[in-house]
Design a binder for this molecule. Structure first.
Ligand code: THU
Length: 147
């Protein structure tokens, strides 16, 4: 898929979020090296701390569909719900915890996974990579010293 199509997928996924508490809907589309695409959205809970981010939801779908080691691109979009669908001017970058989870996938593939961050209305897009968003991250390599 091209960038616009992936952003459209992430924005469409955000419409399926369950976010009654924050009312901030996030969607994530993940593309594999073979061009397969899976999506996810955030899912909140009355016990607030149990909420799941869109990226975590999509990463789980990716593991089931083609495996974390085949992830090539992660696309995120988030905002509020308007009459015309997802809205919002500000790009959404993955939270720290989701960066850590994407780093795990990057370790498996040995690649610097590309991350596109879009605003809710899809008009603003930032391009990053997992190593630029999480430099010097703690990863599986650090555990090698456990003995
Ligand atoms: N959220 C995500 O789904 N991904 C992120 O990277 C940032 C935050 C969700 C969690 C919560 O449901 C809502 O956005 C507000 O923080």
């Amino acid at each position: 898929m091209n960038d616009d199509e992936l952003i459209a997928s992430a924005r469409a996924a955000a419409l399926k979020a369950y976010a009654p508490y924050s009312r901030f809907h996030v969607g994530c589309a993940i593309e594999s090296v073979d061009g397969e695409v899976v999506t996810g959205a955030n899912m909140e809970n009355a016990c607030y701390r149990l909420g799941i981010c869109a990226e975590q939801s999509a990463l789980t779908a990716a593991q089931h569909a083609f495996g974390l080691q085949k992830i090539m691109r992660v696309v995120v979009a988030g905002g509020g719900l308007g009459v015309d669908g997802l809205q919002g001017e500000h790009t959404v970058t993955p939270c720290g915890g989701c960066r850590q989870s994407i780093l795990e996938a990057a370790h498996l593939s040995g690649t610097d996974i590309e991350i596109l961050c879009a605003s809710g209305d899809g008009q603003e897009v930032e391009q990053h990579s997992i190593h630029s968003l999480l430099p010097s991250g703690f990863g599986p390599n650090n555990l090698e010293d456990a003995g």
